[in-house]
Structures are given as C-alpha cells and as structure tokens.
Design a binder for this molecule. Sequence first.
Ligand code: GUN
Length: 283
Amino acid sequence: MPAQLLDGVKIAARLTETVKKEVETFQAKHGVRPGLTVIIVGEDPASKVYVNRKHKACAELGIASEVVRLPADIAEAQLLQEIDRLNGDPKVNGILVQLPVPKHINAEKVLEQISPKKDVDGFHPVNVGNLTVGKEWLVPCTPYGIVKMLEISGISIEGKQAVVLGRSNIVGKPMAMLLLSRNATVTVCHSKTQDLASVTRQGDIFVAAVGKPEFVTKDMVKPGAAVIDVGINRVGDKLVGDVKFDEVKEVAGYITPVPGGVGPLTIAMLLHNTVKAAQLQLG
Ligand code: GUN
C-alpha cells in the first residue's frame, strides 16, 4: 500500500493559525506588533525567493517585517555593524541573516553577532547550547517544524528508532537533539557512513537532509517508516527532494512531498519564533 502523504501546506496553515492568535495576544498586551528583520546580502535568486516568502508570511499575520538588502561586496565589518544596530532597536524582535552569505564574509561570525534573544533561526551558540541541554528556547525552524508535523500527524517519537541523514548545523544536528529529547533512539549518519543503507533501514522515522537530489532509494527505507524529505534540489526546471519519491512512497508508511512538505513548516516556525523572541524580550 502506498504511503500516506504528509501535507506540509495543511499542517503549516494550522500552526500559523495558532501563531496568529499569539500575535494578537502580544499586541493586546504590549500595544506593539512583534517585528522581524531579514537581512539578505547579494543577489542569490533562491535566497530572494525565500526572503520574499518570509516577508509575505509575516505581513499576513500582523508581524511587522522589514527586509534589509545589502550589496554582495559589503565589508564584513559593515554587516556586523548593521546587526549591532538591529540588536539595539527595540522595534526589532527577531533578526535573520539569510544564508548563504558571500564567500568573503565569515558566516559563523555573523550568526554570533546576533543577540541570542533575537536569534529566530536558533543558530547562535547560546541557543545551540540551550537545545543541547534540553531547553527549547529559540529552536532552528526546519527541524522544529518537522517535530510539530510528526506530533500533529499522530506519529509517535518516543521509543522509536530515528535516523537522521545529514549533520548540518541548520537541520541534521538540531533534528537529532529534538528527537533525542523526545525519547527516540537517534542515529545520525552522513556521506562517510559505511554501509549507509543498512543504517537508514533501521529508521522508523527517517529524516533525509543531505542536499543530494533523489539520493534516498527504496532499498534504504524500512517498510512502514515515516520518511521526511528536507531536500529542495533544482534539477533542470524541476524541484526534487533528497528522496526518490515515486519508489520510496511504495514502501514508506508516511512521506512528505517536495514541494509542499517541509518547506511551509519552516516558515510557520519562523513566525512562531518571532513571537517567542518578542515575548522573551518584553515578557
Ligand atoms: N538558508 C537556507 N535555509 C536557511 C534558514 O533556515 N535560515 C537562514 N538564515 N538561511 C537559510
């Protein structure tokens, strides 16, 4: 029997409805709207699309959103200065620097410049540390959205074997932490893992975040597993995930499509984190 489709658009709409209420409550209490500033450096076309989506989603929810567009050749020091300005602006509750940044800029330095209380991406070492000790303060949006998707879809995590393919700071590592703190038995595997298929076949929950188009084939998936595809890869004029959807859907129990799976959840959780950041700052 083919897998049940996990509809990210529908689940994100449900999550966004909750955030909308939180925005209204915040505004009633403080007389101001939560505010998000997104910084984009340069002209990367995919980044522009993502930033526009974030901006639009904020507007729809009553979050005050501003996009700061900086030239690709901006000096690193100037970018750090701009972040300092936003750190000190009380109207700005959340700051997000869209990645990737141009090669002459040290991304790590940039992320560390953002005040941990305004770090809606959850990438600052303080927030990474919080997550590691089980304190879910500002949690990276994509893995956080995946956990919400599993919970809303009635897929239990506790006691399950969870396999995370990919070890990035944005998805793989925080995903592993979130699953671990929900009592899954977690394995993180990656490009250097030996006999990868035998490892991924252990997963009752299998999160694929390798950034390689259609890398995950049906022989790598445990029958009945929940397969979460984080990949967004452009192949010609088509978007495909990290999972070979057509064949994996025949063995999986649940599967996310690309597009329309994980992507919408990331934005929903960014909105959630913006309100959370505003609450952290104003109480
Ligand atoms: N680029 C791709 N994904 C992300 C993300 O989650 N946050 C930021 N800041 N940049 C990204």
